[in-house]
Design a protein around this ligand. Structure first.
Ligand SMILES: O=C(O)CCC(=O)C(=O)O
Length: 289
């Protein structure tokens, strides 16, 4: 058992567009920007009470910390609940229940007037502002985003921990083929370096987020997230900078995802076990471990 090597993320305050583009967007370096949301209405307004009041009647799909098994789709929620009751749970218990990718445009359009797309050099998709909620005990499995966006992740209410790994670290992470995650048996808080020796070479970046912080996650960056308090975040996605990434994004979304779902449906757990074995042997073989 061990601990990942990590360095703290670069934190900046009120960065200019030029500085952001030169130092972070072009070289694809992550950065945490404090104060980017200070002028938004959301900065003062967005907390659990506000969401509860505005959209408490909606029925929301919930996910937990357990990975999907067998023929179960990763998109199948473990339960559904009224948003009011879910937020009440966040306020009173350390639940592991999460809401993943709740589209603001479709589900809470009144929130659109509370924030602005930052003028920072990213070409944001205006169709996909999404909220994510988590309880004080919830973890978001290690993954990168299937559509490979350059994204800005904003946190509200409480604290959360985000551990990032650059795409260059993929060779140490036991990435599962035809997917965007690594072997789900790996405990990211306490990795077993004997069983998974490549992990000890991985170098991560640690970002501790507070209310109002904005985290720039460049395209293809892995993220493992822990909610330290019940709270929520918003992600704004932008087109990846490099054309090659757009091609991989199209493959991921239109081919890989459907192939993987198809295999999962017909082969169930055998497909998952096969992929896991492949991730394990390929990673160790490439590194001659
Ligand atoms: O914070 C979360 O719950 C998940 C966020 C995430 O995975 C993302 O923005 O890509």
């Amino acid at each position: 058992m061990g601990q990942f090597k990590t360095t703290p993320i670069t934190r900046v305050t009120n960065i200019s567009k030029e500085e952001f583009v030169e130092n972070y967007y072009k070289p694809q370096n992550p950065v945490l920007i404090e104060g980017l949301t200070k002028n938004w209405k959301a900065y003062e307004k967005w907390n659990l009470d506000y969401i509860q009041k505005h959209a408490g009647d909606q029925i929301v799909p919930l996910y937990n910390n357990k990975p999907a098994k067998g023929k179960q789709s990763v998109y199948d929620p473990v339960k559904e609940m009224k948003l009011y009751d879910y937020i009440q749970l966040l306020k009173t218990e350390s639940t592991d229940l999460r809401i993943f990718f709740y589209n603001i445009l479709d589900s809470m359009p009144e929130l659109l007037k509370d924030f602005e797309y930052p003028d920072i050099g990213l070409k944001f998709f205006k169709r996909l502002p999404a909220l994510f909620f988590g309880g004080g005990n919830s973890k978001v499995f290690m993954h990168y985003d299937i559509d490979l966006p350059d994204s800005m992740h904003f946190h509200f209410h409480g604290k959360k921990s985000v551990t990032l790994f650059s795409p260059k670290q993929t060779k140490y992470l036991y990435k599962v083929p035809f997917s965007i995650h690594n072997i789900d048996k790996i405990d990211m808080d306490n990795p077993d370096f004997e069983r998974y020796p490549a992990l000890q070479y991985a170098e991560g970046i640690q970002a501790n987020m507070n209310h109002g912080d904005a985290l720039f996650m460049p395209s293809g960056y892995w993220h493992y997230i822990k909610y330290l308090d019940g709270g929520f975040s918003m992600t704004l996605r932008a087109l990846p900078r490099k054309p090659k990434r757009i091609v991989i994004m199209l493959y991921n979304v239109f081919i890989m995802r459907h192939f993987d779902n198809f295999m999962r449906r017909i082969k169930g757990q055998n497909w998952l076990d096969y992929k896991e074995q492949l991730a394990f042997s390929k990673t160790n073989k490439n590194l001659k471990l």
